[in-house]
Design a protein around this ligand. Structure first.
Ligand SMILES: *Cc1c(COP(=O)(O)O)cnc(C)c1O
Length: 383
C-alpha cells in the first residue's frame, strides 16, 4: 500500500467489500442507533468500532480511510463543508490568548471567521503577504500557535513557499494548516511538504459533480488525536449519503484532474496571447511569477485559474460573460461544468495590483476546443 501511486489509491483505498457481501462500494448507512445483542455487549462499547451514528458508520470509515491513504495521513475527519473543515482545523489548535498567522489571499469566509468568531474567543489574527516565504519568521510572537496557508490563494493565485513557512513554524512549535483545495492531495501532497492539518473543500474536486457539500481535515500523527477529540466534542458528522457521494468522486479524481489540467492549460496559454487580456494567473504557465515554486512543490495544476483583463466597462464585461454558451456564471468550482465569475477580493497585507477587472475561470470537462471558441467569441464582445 505504501508504494501505491495516487491513481491506484483513489480506486482501491477504503474498500471493505467482504464486510458487505462482496459489494465493491460500501453502502450508505443511515443510522443513529446501533443495537446490541445483550447488556454485556452494550457495556463493552468501548471495544466496539461502531457505537452510535454520530461516532461514525462503515460509510464514513470507508471515505475517511480512502482519504487518509491518499493524503498519507494518520487520521481524517469528514465534515459537512469545506468552510467547516477550515474552522474545525483552526479551533482544534488555537485557544484564548493565542495568535494565528493567516495568508492574505485566503478564501474570503476564512478571513471573515478570523475577524469574527476567532476574535470573540480571544484569538488574534495577523494576515501575511503570501510571497513572504521564510520572511514569515519576523511575524511570530511567543503566543503564535498556528500558520494558515492557502496556495495558490483564492482568486489571485499567488504560490507560497509552504515548505519554508512550515520550517519556520515548526522551529517555534507552531502548527501548519493548509487549505489545499486547489492542489488536492494528488497535485500537492501537503503533509509531505510540512503541513500538519491538510484541509479540503471536498465540495470541489473530491465530489466533482456539484451535487454534494463536503469537507475534511487530514492530520499527521502529532495532530490526529486533538483533531478527532475536538471534532467529536463539537458533535460534527458527515451524513451517509454525502459520504457515499464524496467517496464515489474520489474514485475518478485522478482522471478528472488530468483532463481539467489539460484544458485549463490550453485555455490559459491561449488567453495569454489575446489583446484584451493583460495577464493570466495560473502557476502552471512559465510566465507566472509563482511558476518556479509550483514546479518544485506541485505535481500538477487543476482547472481553476484567473485572468486580469485590460480596463473595460462593466457593460462590456457583462456582455462577455452573459453571452457565453458553455461557461455558467456561478460560485464554486471543481465540478464537471465550466464556470466563470468576476473576482472581487480584500487584501490587507499586500495589495494586488490589477490593470483591469479580474475574472476567474473553471475549465470543466467539456471539449477544450468548444470552450476556446466560446471564450474567443466572448473576448470579441469586450471590444
Ligand atoms: C469553496 C472553497 C471553500 C469552502 O468550501 P465549502 O464546501 O463551500 O464550504 C474553502 N476553500 C476554498 C479555497 C474554496 O474554494
Amino acid at each position: 500500500m505504501a508504494d501505491d501511486k495516487p491513481d491506484t489509491i483513489v480506486v482501491s483505498a477504503g474498500r471493505m467489500s467482504q464486510e458487505h457481501f462482496g459489494t465493491v462500494n460500501t453502502p450508505v448507512y443511515r443510522t443513529s442507533t446501533i443495537l446490541h445483542p445483550n447488556l454485556a455487549s452494550l457495556k463493552a462499547e468501548k471495544s466496539k468500532r461502531y457505537v452510535y451514528g454520530r461516532r461514525g458508520t462503515p460509510t464514513t470509515t470507508s471515505f475517511e480511510d480512502a482519504i487518509s491513504a491518499l493524503e498519507g495521513a494518520a487520521r481524517t475527519v469528514s465534515l459537512p463543508s469545506g468552510l467547516n473543515a477550515i474552522t474545525t482545523a483552526i479551533l482544534s489548535v488555537c485557544g484564548a490568548g493565542d495568535h494565528i498567522l493567516v495568508t492574505d489571499n485566503c478564501y474570503w469566509p476564512t478571513r471573515q471567521f478570523c475577524g469574527s468568531v476567532l476574535k470573540r474567543f480571544g484569538v488574534e489574527t495577523t494576515f501575511y503577504d503570501p510571497l513572504i516565504g521564510e520572511g514569515i519568521a519576523a511575524l511570530f510572537r511567543p503566543n503564535t500557535r498556528a500558520v494558515f496557508c492557502e496556495s495558490p490563494g483564492s482568486l489571485t493565485f499567488e504560490i507560497q513557499d509552504v515548505p519554508a513557512i512550515a520550517a519556520e513554524a515548526h522551529a517555534r512549535g507552531a502548527s501548519v494548516l493548509m487549505d489545499n483545495t486547489w492542489g488536492t492531495p494528488i497535485f500537492f501532497p501537503a503533509l509531505k511538504r510540512g503541513v500538519d492539518l491538510s484541509i479540503q473543500a471536498g465540495t470541489k474536486y473530491i465530489g466533482g459533480h456539484s451535487d454534494v457539500m463536503v469537507g475534511y481535515v487530514a492530520a499527521n500523527e502529532s495532530h490526529a488525536d486533538r483533531l478527532r477529540d475536538f471534532s467529536g466534542t463539537m458533535g460534527q458528522f458527515l451524513g451517509g449519503d454525502d459520504c457515499f457521494l464524496a467517496l464515489r468522486g474520489v474514485r475518478t479524481l485522478a482522471v478528472r484532474l488530468e483532463r481539467h489540467q489539460k484544458t485549463a492549460l490550453k485555455l490559459a496559454r491561449w488567453l495569454e496571447t489575446q489583446p484584451q487580456v493583460s495577464r493570466v494567473l495560473y502557476p502552471a504557465l512559465e510566465s507566472d511569477p509563482g511558476h518556479r515554486l509550483w514546479k518544485r512543490d506541485f505535481l500538477g495544476a487543476c482547472g481553476l485559474f484567473g485572468a486580469v483583463l485590460k480596463p473595460v466597462s462593466d457593460g462590456k464585461l457583462a456582455a462577455m460573460m452573459d453571452g457565453l454558451r458553455h461557461f455558467g456564471i456561478g460560485y464554486s468550482w471543481g465540478g464537471y461544468e465550466s464556470l466563470i465569475i468576476p473576482a472581487e477580493f480584500v487584501r490587507t497585507a499586500r495589495k494586488f495590483e490589477a490593470e483591469g477587472p479580474v475574472i476567474r475561470i473553471h475549465a470543466g470537462l467539456d471539449d477544450p476546443d468548444d470552450l476556446l471558441v466560446d471564450l474567443e467569441a466572448g473576448l470579441k464582445r469586450l471590444g
